[in-house]
Write a protein that binds this ligand. Structure first.
Ligand code: IVH
Length: 677
């Protein structure tokens, strides 16, 4: 085999290794130690350099490279994964007595007087299993029903808290780490701010947001969610690799670069557990993430083994749950709100009630499915829950208190604001008003968005003024804002000549903007500030973005098929082009953008099938290298296959390829294709 074709100079080899080491270190500083050494921009710079080098030398790309966190193709569906060691759940305890009873059962079964427990916060996220082979992350799976879960490897790779490669070297050859994927309180607040700006519905709570984010078919969506991870246990692991206690195992995990929650404490007996619970109860609000209780685990592994399991939970652990912050009140009305993108959200208007540290008058009913499931009616007495920063929600109606003559609530078939038909898009649960900018609710929300701080940043132009402009028919689209005059404005309520002039000045000032802000201000679905920035950096001009087809857009890292579709559809609408032209004619302008080096994808969408044994590469490596160049690698030969790469002992695929007239190439040819690109 002529290996000269893939000979690589030594300098990039060293630089790539150095960059990977630096990036891994910064991930650790950020996620494990919460003590970053460099800014996000500097981090991005390192990552960009690494990606550029790996694209130049695809043979150096390995699956554990930190660059591999993004860029995998969207999936059609998740594969099933069978858990060799079942993923169990936990028994719950709701009182001190139940904890004492648990400790008593443990002591009796073990025949000892006192037991040591590892006390860990019960993170409010979802369980994940991470399989490391020779220290490399090879598979990630959700818990599912405990026996079979879903393969979410591509998505897990995008979570920077999850190491792609373990640090050190004394880890077992095969190790399954289990833990919780979650979203911090700050991350959750940011996510909902983003959802609001996009006119999308907000997430119910951090757990739902984490679960929804991990189960995205398009990894680029997961990559944009602020997911975090803590390890709390093991699945597959040779007995010889286990220390004596759970706590020591977690310390080992830490030494291998796996994040472990810093709040873990080792306590003795039921008294220790109860004191620990009191501490968490006090500190709960100050913690940077949501927890819904504390987990007590018998610390010694030999004791755990002796205790065994019942049904779906271990006998050696218990979850002490926090009481939920709930209250009872009455539903005065159910309104349906229309967001910027037309999404309909049913909201219960409540008799004011104090819960979880605040007075609540509105509670979300989320969507049509939830309303139907909970059957909440006007006049009902309901249980509402408020947890931390989460939007209050109606948990259920108290049926015993339901007055006579209440009617089941139905989502409207027509928009409550503009009367347009309500539609659902296949694959979405959200009902939407089809009125677009004809709908005053969508129109108003999109103008508020246009003027907002991260968009055109029009100082002093808020919801109240925008409502007046619309009511008085002073404006119709965002472009009309720039035609407003001091005379028109000073006639409005509570608006003197001075404030009118200030607003005109602010409008004038906003005209000098950036391409990214302008794009964001347009309010294209799913194009938030980050995506707008990416588009600007990669395509450089509005014309290039407007003309790019879906394929071109998807070549930009982090832009998936859904966003690409929304962008092309947006720029196909004549009324959108008209508004843009009018804005530019009014003097909205920005400086040129320096276009970033493009990701080279010379094999974009060329389909390969690999069969038989290759000599210099494993099939996985060949696949990874081909995919890095944009190729698709599938397992079955079909009419779509462009090349069949045949190693030794190729099997039946050869005949199939011959039958379909698919071009066959050998390993040598493959290597030269990889090297030339
Ligand atoms: S141990 C056999 N530890 O709670 C033990 N679980 O109700 C199984 N969870 O599915 C889990 N924090 O998603 C464990 N420190 C922690 C946890 C934790 C959160 C979740 C996990 C699990 C569920 C069980």
């Amino acid at each position: 085999m002529p290996l000269t074709a893939v000979t690589i100079p030594e300098q990039p080899v060293r630089r790539i290794a150095g960059l990977r080491e630096q990036i891994d270190l910064h991930n650790k500083r950020y996620y494990q130690l919460d003590d970053p050494l460099i800014s996000d921009a500097e981090y991005d710079e390192l990552m960009r350099e690494l990606i550029a080098l790996e694209q130049r030398y695809p043979a150096l790309l390995t699956p554990d490279s930190p660059s591999q966190r993004v860029g995998a193709e969207p999936l059609q569906a998740f594969e099933q994964v069978t858990h060799a060691v079942p993923m169990l759940s936990l028994e719950n305890a709701f009182s001190d007595e139940e904890v004492r009873a648990f400790d008593k059962r443990v002591r009796e079964r073990l025949g000892v007087d006192e037991v040591e427990y590892a006390a860990e916060p019960k993170m409010d996220g979802l369980a994940i299993s991470l399989l490391y082979e020779r220290g490399i992350l090879v598979q990630a799976a959700t818990r599912g029903d405990g026996r079979t879960g879903e393969n979410v490897t591509h998505n897990a790779r995008t979570i920077r808290a999850i190491p792609l490669k373990l640090a050190g070297r004394n880890y077992p050859e095969r190790l399954e780490v289990r833990g919780e994927v979650f979203i911090s309180k700050k991350g959750f607040a940011g996510l909902n701010r983003w959802a609001r700006q996009q006119g999308e519905k907000e997430f119910v709570n951090p757990r739902n947001a984490a679960a929804g984010s991990l189960r995205q078919l398009d990894p680029s969506m997961t990559a944009r969610r602020p997911l975090s991870f803590y390890s709390y246990g093991h699945g597959i692991c040779p007995e010889s690799a286990l220390p004596e206690t759970h706590n020591e195992l977690l310390s080992r995990f830490e030494s291998w670069g796996l994040p472990v929650c810093s709040e873990i404490e080792v306590v003795k007996s039921a008294d220790g557990c109860i004191a620990n619970y009191q501490r968490f109860l006090r500190q709960r609000l100050a913690l940077p993430y949501e927890i819904d209780g504390v987990v007590y685990k018998v610390n010694r592994f030999d004791f755990q083994e002796k205790m065994g399991f019942v049904a779906r939970a271990p006998r050696w652990a218990v979850a002490r749950k926090f009481p939920a912050e709930i209250a009872m009140t009455e539903v005065v009305a159910i309104d349906v709100q229309v967001g910027r993108t037309g999404a309909l959200t049913p909201v219960a208007r409540l008799k004011p009630v104090f819960v979880g540290g605040a007075t609540v008058t509105n509670a979300t009913l989320h969507n049509a499915d939830e309303v139907r499931r909970k059957d909440v009616r006007v006049g009902d007495t309901v249980i509402v829950q408020r947890a931390g920063d989460v939007i209050p929600e109606v948990l259920r109606a108290v049926l015993e208190k339901r007055p006579a003559n209440t009617a089941e609530f139905a989502m409207p078939t027509h928009c409550p604001v503009c009367g347009s038909e309500v539609i659902t898009i296949p694959g979405e649960t959200t009902l939407r008003c089809s009125g677009g900018l004809y709908c005053p609710a969508q129109q108003k929300a999109s103008i508020i968005h246009f003027a907002s701080r991260k968009a055109m940043d029009i100082d002093g132009l808020g919801e109240k003024l925008i409502s007046q402009f619309l009511d008085k028919k002073l404006i119709n689209t965002v472009a009309d804002l720039y035609d407003l005059t001091v005379e028109q404005l000073s006639k409005l309520e509570r608006m003197g000549e001075k404030s009118a002039q200030n607003l005109i000045d602010a409008l004038e000032h906003s005209k000098q903007t950036t391409l990214a802000r302008f794009l964001y201000a347009l309010g294209i679905r799913e194009v938030g500030a980050v995506t707008a920035n990416l588009l600007a950096r990669h395509l450089g001009s509005l014309e290039a973005i407007a003309q790019a087809d879906e394929e071109r857009l998807q070549a930009i890292p982090d832009i998936g098929p859904t966003v690409a579709k929304h962008i092309t559809v947006f720029f196909r609408q004549p009324h959108n082009i008209e508004v843009i032209q009018k804005l530019r004619a009014a003097g909205v302008r920005w400086d040129d953008v320096v276009v970033e080096a493009e990701r080279v994808q010379p094999l974009k969408d060329v389909t390969f099938v690999i069969t038989g044994t290759l000599e210099t590469l494993t099939r996985e490596e060949a696949k990874a290298q081909l995919e890095a160049l944009g190729a698709k690698v599938t397992s079955a030969v079909s009419r779509k296959t462009r090349y069949l790469v045949a190693g030794s002992n190729p099997g039946s695929k050869l005949a199939k390829a011959a039958e379909l007239g698919v071009e066959m190439i050998d390993e040598e040819k493959l290597l030269s294709m990889l090297a030339v690109q």
